[in-house]
Write a protein that binds this ligand. Structure first.
Ligand code: HSE
Length: 429
């Protein structure tokens, strides 16, 4: 007999868990209308029972196993984060024939394929819309409405914390540390914000989106990654002078010889839509062969937007339970295209360095770069020290090969006229 109510076990009662709790309470009527049954949280599992909480809840326990083993529960919502114990708890829940909704990007990026297989084997739903892009519908549109397209390229701002930090640095001249502290206070950052600022969080998200978009498993460690820790006020200043904004993007492209997936800071021309996505907002631009460009944008982190995605998934699961649906996950078996290393990338670059401020220096640097196929398209310069004759120069290059560009940089590093290579950042043009 079909249940007349969806009973939910919530694992985790932190930022996202509280959002889910509030949305299920405040929007209970519309959730019931959409599913056709009411959905109610019957138990909540937390790590530390003694922690002060915004909401009292009678079914609070620190025995998380007892929730995934509870025969009365139909759906598990996992919002604890991290691989362990989330993975074991989800596996037990699936073995016990419970549908699962998770916001856990690290877990899905690293073990999503195996979990999807297990869920499919039991004809269960495993949904993870909240794992990518907070409140923006991204996973479901890629799985459904856009799935008929061959995805040619996808690029997006996938981390709210770093977009908030870069916006604060550019607009308010704040330091990275101060802006990060604010992002933590606003509930955007991960428990360990290294995951945000070093690009791991965006790497997980890009691996998940790419796996769905290309219908082949994109291993997370084959997604190239750089964070924002080396971005300075000077880079933001020069980028602005040259007509760009600095964002950290996840970009994946399909080439005949393979797929290249990467997360790193990028100079974006100010007129580009993604250059105008600020603060905690995320946005993803998807180019499909038939649909053309689609841009999906919204709040990429925070309690309420992430809860919105979780509840969307819950409604989907609820409908499947009501109608006897057979689950909604598929994982392709084929290996698909190989993953390409970053050295294969063809792009333009921004390059900032300190040099001797004397005749022929510019020419000698341009000649060195030219020997590796790197040709210059724009330049800015300022005197740093008249006394020591030190100048700071910034180049933009034409599109060239990353492997060759890296070689050129290592040669420049040992040129006597080059005092320091301060930074280089890829340019999306
Ligand atoms: N720390 C993440 C971010 C949370 O800032 O985007 C949402 O996944």
């Amino acid at each position: 007999m079909k249940p007349q109510m969806i009973r939910v076990g919530l694992l985790g009662f932190g930022t996202v868990g509280v959002g889910v709790f509030r949305m299920m309470r405040d929007n209970a009527d519309s959730i019931t209308r959409h599913i056709g049954f009411p959905a109610t949280i019957t138990r909540i599992g937390v790590h530390d029972l003694s922690k002060p909480r915004e909401f009292a809840f009678a079914g609070l326990t620190d025995d998380l196993q007892s929730i995934v083993n509870d025969p009365e529960i139909d759906v598990i919502i996992e919002v604890i984060g991290g691989v362990s114990p989330a993975r074991e708890l989800i596996e037990t829940a699936l073995n016990n024939k419970k549908h699962v909704i998770t916001a856990n990007k690290e877990l899905i990026a690293k073990h999503g394929a195996a979990l999807m297989k297990k869920a499919a084997g039991h004809s269960l739903d495993l949904h993870f819309e909240a794992a990518v892009g907070g409140g923006i519908p991204l996973v479901q549109p890629l799985k459904h409405q856009l799935a008929g397209n061959d995805v040619l390229k996808m690029m997006g701002i996938l981390n709210g914390t770093t977009n908030y930090i870069l916006t604060q640095m550019a607009e308010k001249k704040q330091s990275l540390d101060v802006a990060l502290k604010e992002a933590q206070e606003l509930g955007y950052a991960e428990a360990d914000p290294t995951s945000d600022v070093e690009g791991f969080d965006a790497q997980y998200k890009l691996a998940i989106l790419s796996t769905i978009a290309f219908s082949q498993e994109i291993p997370v460690d084959e997604v190239y990654r750089e964070g924002i820790m080396k971005i300075t006020a000077d880079d933001i200043h020069f980028a602005r002078i040259l007509g760009y904004r600095i964002k950290i993007l996840g970009i994946v492209e399909a080439f005949p010889e393979g797929i290249l997936a990467r997360v790193h800071p990028v100079l974006l021309p100010r007129r580009f839509p993604l250059a105008n996505v600020h603060d905690v907002y995320n946005a993803v631009q998807i180019r499909g062969d038939f649909v053309g460009d689609v841009i999906l944008s919204g709040r990429g982190a925070g309690s309420a937007p992430t809860a919105s995605s979780v509840i969307g998934d819950l409604i989907d699961v609820g409908r499947n339970i009501r109608l006897g649906g057979a689950g909604n996950v598929t994982m392709p078996e084929s290996d698909g295209l190989p993953l390409l290393p970053i050295e294969k990338l063809e792009t333009a670059y921004y390059l900032r360095m300190l040099v001797d401020d004397q005749p022929k220096v510019l020419g000698s640097i341009a000649t060195r770069l030219g020997e590796y196929g790197v040709s210059l398209s724009a330049m800015e310069m300022r005197v740093v020290s008249e006394k020591d004759k030190i100048g700071e120069i910034v180049f933009l290059t034409h599109i060239c090969n990353e492997g060759m560009f890296r070689k050129a940089i290592s040669v420049l590093e040992s040129e006597p006229v080059v005092k320091e290579i301060c930074s280089w950042i890829r340019v999306e043009s």
